[in-house]
Design a protein around this ligand. Structure first.
Ligand code: ADE
Ligand code: ZN
Length: 348
């Protein structure tokens, strides 16, 4: 018999959103660097920061657009030097994610931010992978790494980065494309992504965050991505919206990021309800939670409160996150069953 979402009292919805098992599919590990950890790592590594204290750094977190954020995000990442630094960063995130009932995390990392400062690819990948293994053993959380190319840099630099990462090919499951979107359309990386697909890597790309729907089309047609990161501008193009729904291309949506970067300054205007209404496989994620004021459960709770979504959409988003995940099918089915049990418990 097909399962239907049981009725759930409105006042129990925030707790259900927190308790339900979920996959987080759009999370930049460098974006989980909390101000406290920036200061701790700076002290550990003998680095002087351009801010007198944590409060002053936090005060700088006011962004008018994506680039304002990226400038601070790359500066913050400068405190990451050793394998242990990368381990501690990822371990802290995974502990927090597990506490928020994330059962699967597919984690972006930006190696070019680090290799440009003389930190080796090996240092980055070994530190992150050790944290993933520790967290799986200690907390049961499943995780995997996705290497992102910085789109403001050249195609040649992306190829060099891929080459440098290939000795660790089995340590990451896919590649992505992030950083400054406007002026850097997906087509710039057509050949890099073709090579990555040949290598059997999963492929995703940020598109339609600040950029137009045409960048989403380019990511699909030219890069042949399996998921679109953000994609929230698709609502301005009815044919594209229909295509995303028909082809079941997941969008990894990040409500608090969109609010803080002025994509939707008023969360009540966010396009998530329209995406779900159109049948798009949308998911909710935290992007850079240390900078945007909330981890995944805060993203769920705040966008639900602002837009009036309910239990049926909560179920859809949890189910979508497992459908969109690159985890093995048996794991995805098990998490879906756990989510169903969670909803039934909240209905009781
Ligand atoms: N890198 C980290 N967060 C990002 C975002 N929201 N968009 C593009 N690049 C990013
Ligand atoms: Zn992102």
């Amino acid at each position: 018999m097909p399962w239907t979402v049981p009725p759930i009292a409105a006042e129990r919805l925030p707790a259900l959103l927190a308790a339900m098992p979920k996959a987080e599919l759009h999370l930049h590990i460098e974006g989980t660097l909390e101000p406290e950890m920036i200061f701790a790592l700076a002290a550990r590594n003998g680095i002087t920061l351009p801010y007198p204290d944590i409060a002053a750094l936090r005060r700088a977190y006011a962004f008018g657009k994506l680039q304002d954020f990226l400038d601070l995000y790359y500066q913050g990442a400068g405190v990451l030097r050793t394998e242990q630094d990368f381990h501690d960063l990822a371990h802290a995130y995974l502990r927090r994610a597990a506490a928020e009932n994330v059962v699967r995390a597919e984690i972006f990392f930006d190696p070019q931010t680090h290799t440009a400062r003389g930190v080796s690819m090996e240092t980055v990948i070994r530190g992150l992978r050790r944290a993933c293994a520790d967290a799986e053993r200690e907390l049961g959380i499943s995780s995997a790494l996705i290497l992102c190319f910085l789109r403001h840099l050249s195609e040649r630099e992306a190829f060099e980065t891929l080459e440098a990462a290939l000795p660790w090919r089995d340590q990451f499951i896919g590649v992505g494309l992030d950083s400054s979107e406007l002026g850097h359309p997906p087509e710039k990386f057509a050949r890099v992504f073709a090579r990555c697909r040949q290598l059997g890597l999963h492929v995703v790309a940020h598109a339609g965050e600040e950029g137009p729907p045409d960048y989403i089309r380019g990511a699909l047609d030219v890069l042949q991505v399996e998921r679109i990161d953000h994609g929230v501008q698709a609502v301005h193009d009815a044919a594209l919206l229909q295509r995303l729904a028909r082809e079941r291309i997941p969008l990894t949506v990040c409500p608090l990021s969109n609010q803080k970067l002025q994509v939707f300054p008023d969360l009540a205007q966010h396009s998530l309800p329209r995406l779900l209404e159109a049948g798009v496989v949308a998911t909710v994620n935290s992007d850079d939670p240390a900078y945007f004021g909330g981890y995944v459960n805060a993203n769920f709770q705040q966008v639900f409160a602002a837009t009036g979504l309910g239990a049926a959409q909560a179920w859809q988003l949890a189910a979508n996150s497992f459908e969109a995940s690159f985890a093995p099918p048996a794991d995805r089915q098990r998490w879906l069953d756990q989510a169903r049990a969670c909803f039934e418990q909240y209905a009781a």
